[in-house]
Design a protein around this ligand. Structure first.
Ligand code: GLC
Ligand code: GLC
Length: 799
């Protein structure tokens, strides 16, 4: 709960679970879109504005010339009370001024293309109150990019239609669009505005629209310029009386052009009316809200932790899982740091997001895997991103990121272990969405595996291509032109010797999964073939990827070492330590332990583990974007939270539970809540980056919400630290917890059965010593699959 509207940064939430989405800040800023934040933007938003976070769905109350908003903004009138509660797919903002309380519930009901806003007005005084209520939304002219740049056209295209209390936005509907939007209220209105200038005034601002200040709207009809939607209602409340109104901001799309019109120039409103009829009373809205709540209760019942750490339980049971759903939905497209214009769904990003999401709604994960794989090329390479609306690969960004293919194995295996649904492997999946090119998903996985071994460099390590997981390690880029993007500029791959140890480790980890999968489906020959390549990759790393105390990061274009003690800057990087250690390369020889000890020594800080050290202090053309960032930020020695869990997991390989937990706690939002003023962004979700030790402000976080950090930390804590692992033939119990924990309990729903798991720790945090399932002692640490519908008790005692 937020009680001061002036948070250190807008603290936001997401509404909507499928198709229709909204972003909403604690002062009701933000915007809505249908499926694709770029091509189907419904309401307008201006990024990086002054003041911050200006524009949103706003309510204005004019009470005897005191004008205020329940969310404080945009009026910024001092409120007598303010409260914002962000919950699972809903936000409630309450403001009170001079005895009038306005509580607004925002949510997108399940299976609905609309945001519902229930406004509850209460008169807490002993006098009758008469005041005026105005709503406000500003339409975006659909394409969020051209909306902000093509004014010679935009200023002439805006069109609206009004019927009763429903204000329709139909720009470009006449021509190629089969969609419109609308904003309504379930009560008669005393007026409206649809033209921005009439409502706000050319020289006024969001905080003091002229219609609101004058206490009367103008019934304006927008023709071009900037169409908006604003209702005007006169309200009277007796002492103690409460009135509730339902506003609905919706979207309609017709599949057939023939259905578009009611009559010439008049849009077909039947779909809008059907949606409005579902939410025209408060009780219907309440029922839809309860349904949404039930939906989340259900989703969150799959993994429920009960430990002695309240902050940990809160993250594992609620917020981390919630963030995983959000990253699944949006990949890296729309947040207060991602404009929703630049990036679609990331190939690697979305595959990684699956490990945090697959247990929630496996069917959606399945579809996502097919969608992603459909953008793969026939040589195993991939588009780096695809547009959610068309599901087609994004040509602007292209491909050539040589880690991408392996992530498809990673995502698919997570799905298989959770569901046991091997039928997905037989699904016909096209290449680059070309009809007729379909091959089984399993074939795609084989191509992914092969893509790495078909692209090896001089040390028999994987060629990096455009970049690996670290988008900014651009070893083939050589850019001196400030006007080109490091991500898309022409690469000099011909003759390149640039190899990646991160991909090498990733290849072994996912390659082993691939081998195991081949065994599972009885393809022994393929398993043997693949194993040989894994063995030789392991040898190649030992031979050419070890720097003495840690793993090298890469070889550059010329074949020089990257991330070596021989370098003057960035002698050590986190990614290869994480992946080669997870791959257990040189475990017996002590390499894993040495590498992780070096991480602790050179990269660990009070706020998390930095990416590299020492930071680059000058631009190195042969390294690319990584050296473009100021020291301590982003990929240049920032704490890139996404890769911290790789180290946590690696620590569990060594059985060092105390250390894994220490790293976990350092970046976990509920544990950093006390330093919110420094941290700045939401204390309930992970951010991509926390400024590193070489930065101006170590500990300041940025890029909250849309980051692989969500899924990876969830994966690390639930499967490696708490150690409850879904596996092909059951649940593997393999915790690695701090020695002083007495134990913990987890209720896990898995393939239709429920498992109540009690872990007891004798104090050394070592492996499972005794496993009891429904009273029977079993050897090993695997809980075999139990019948669907059964409720089982599991007890595991650690040594
Ligand atoms: C961003 C990207 C991700 C990349 C990471 C490191 O989070 O979304 O794909 O791996 O940065 O560069
Ligand atoms: C920038 C970001 C990086 C991101 C990349 C891809 O380089 O620093 O984190 O992955 O853009 O768009």
């Amino acid at each position: 709960m937020i009680t001061n509207p002036q948070t250190p940064f807008p603290w936001i939430n997401y509404l909507g679970n499928e198709d229709f989405f909204s972003l909403i800040s604690n002062t009701a800023g933000g915007y809505s879109f249908y499926k694709d934040a770029k091509f189907r933007r419904i309401t307008r938003y201006r990024y990086n504005n002054v003041p911050m976070d200006n524009g949103g769905r706003y309510f204005y109350i004019n009470d005897q010339d005191t004008v205020w908003s329940p969310g404080w903004k945009p009026c910024k009138t001092q409120l007598d009370k303010y409260e914002c509660r962000h919950g699972m797919s809903y936000t409630i903002i309450t403001g009170e001024k001079n005895g009038i309380e306005a509580e607004v519930l925002f949510f997108v009901p399940l299976n609905t293309w609309a945001e519902v806003q229930k406004v509850k007005l209460t008169n807490h005084t002993s006098e009758t109150k008469r005041f005026k209520l105005f709503s406000f939304a500003e339409w975006c002219l659909w394409n969020a990019a051209t909306d902000m740049e093509n004014f010679q056209r935009n200023f002439s295209t805006g069109e609206v239609e009004i019927e009763g209390s429903v204000l329709y936005h139909k720009t470009e509907y006449k021509e190629r669009r089969n969609h419109y939007a609308y904003y309504s209220v379930n009560a008669p209105i005393q007026g409206f505005d649809t033209d921005r200038e009439s409502f706000i005034g050319l020289y006024n601002e969001f905080r003091d629209p002229q219609a609101v200040m004058a206490g009367k709207s103008n019934n304006s009809i927008a023709h071009g310029w900037s169409p908006i939607a604003s209702h005007y209602l006169e309200i009277e409340l007796q002492p103690g009386e409460t009135k509730e109104l339902v506003f609905v901001l919706g979207y309609v799309e017709y599949e057939n052009r023939e259905d578009k019109w009611e009559s010439k120039g008049i849009i077909n409103k039947s779909q809008a009316k059907a949606t409005l009829a579902k939410f025209d009373t408060v009780s219907k809205v309440q029922a839809a809200f309860d349904e949404l709540k039930g939906y989340w209760d259900d989703l969150l019942s799959v993994y429920v932790l009960n430990s002695h750490e309240e902050k940990l339980d809160r993250m594992v049971n609620i917020w981390n899982q919630y963030q995983c759903m959000i990253t699944f939905n949006f990949s890296r497209s729309a947040s207060f740091f991602e404009s929703g214009i630049g990036r679609g769904m990331g190939f690697r990003d979305s595959n990684q997001d699956l490990v945090g999401f697959v247990h929630q709604i496996p069917a959606r994960a399945r579809q996502r895997i097919i969608d992603i794989a459909s953008t793969q090329f026939s040589d195993g390479g991939c588009y780096h991103q695809y547009q959610p609306l068309t599901k087609r690969g994004n040509n602007d960004i292209g491909g050539g990121f040589n880690d991408d293919p392996m992530w498809l194995i990673f995502g698919t295996v997570a799905y298989l272990k959770e569901t046991g649904d091997f039928s997905i492997l037989d699904e016909p999946v096209p290449f680059d969405n070309q009809e007729g090119s379909e091959k089984s998903l399993f074939h795609h996985l084989t191509l992914s595996f092969n893509h790495v071994i078909e692209n090896l460099g001089p040390h028999l390590l994987p060629l990096i291509g455009r970049a690996d997981w670290n988008d900014c390690l651009n070893l083939n880029c050589f850019s001196w032109d400030p006007d080109e993007s490091f991500q898309t500029t022409e690469n000099k791959t011909e003759g390149s010797k640039a190899e990646s140890l991160m991909i090498a480790g990733l290849f072994i980890v996912c390659g082993r999964d691939y081998v195991e999968l081949c065994r599972q489906i009885g393809n022994r020959r393929e398993a043997e073939r693949a194993q040989k390549f894994i063995d030789s990759m392991t040898e190649a790393i030992k031979k050419s990827g070890w720097d003495g105390d840690w793993y090298l990061r890469a070889y550059d274009y010329y074949g020089n070492k990257v991330g070596s003690r021989e370098n003057s800057e960035s002698k050590i990087f986190i990614e290869s330590q994480g992946w080669c250690a997870m791959a257990k390369v040189g475990l017996e020889e002590g390499m894993v332990q040495k590498a992780l000890d070096s991480v602790k020594r050179y990269l660990d800080t009070p706020n998390g583990i930095v990416l590299n050290n020492p930071a680059f202090t000058e631009y190195k053309v042969e390294y690319g974007e990584i050296s473009s960032y100021p020291a301590g930020y982003k990929e240049n020695a920032g704490i890139f939270c996404h890769n911290n869990p790789w180290i946590m997991i690696a620590e569990t390989v060594l059985g060092r539970g105390n250390q894994a937990w220490d790293y976990f706690r350092k970046i976990c939002p509920s544990y950093t809540e006390d330093i919110s003023d420094l941290h700045k962004v939401e204390p309930y979700v992970y951010s991509q980056m926390i400024a590193g030790k070489d930065s101006f402000k170590p500990g300041e976080a940025k890029n909250s919400w849309l980051t692989g950090t969500a899924a990876w930390n969830y994966y690390a804590i639930t499967q490696f630290i708490l150690g409850i692992k879904p596996d092909y033939e059951g649940l593997v119990i393999d915790p690695c917890i701090p020695a002083d924990w007495k134990g913990f309990q987890v209720t896990r729903k898995f393939r239709g059965a429920t498992y109540h798991i009690v872990i007891k720790n004798a104090g050394t945090n070592k492996r499972v010593k005794k496993l009891t399932v429904n009273g029977t002692v079993l050897s090993g640490n695997r809980v075999p699959l139990q019948p669907e519908g059964s409720v089982n008790t599991v007890e595991a005692a650690l040594e």
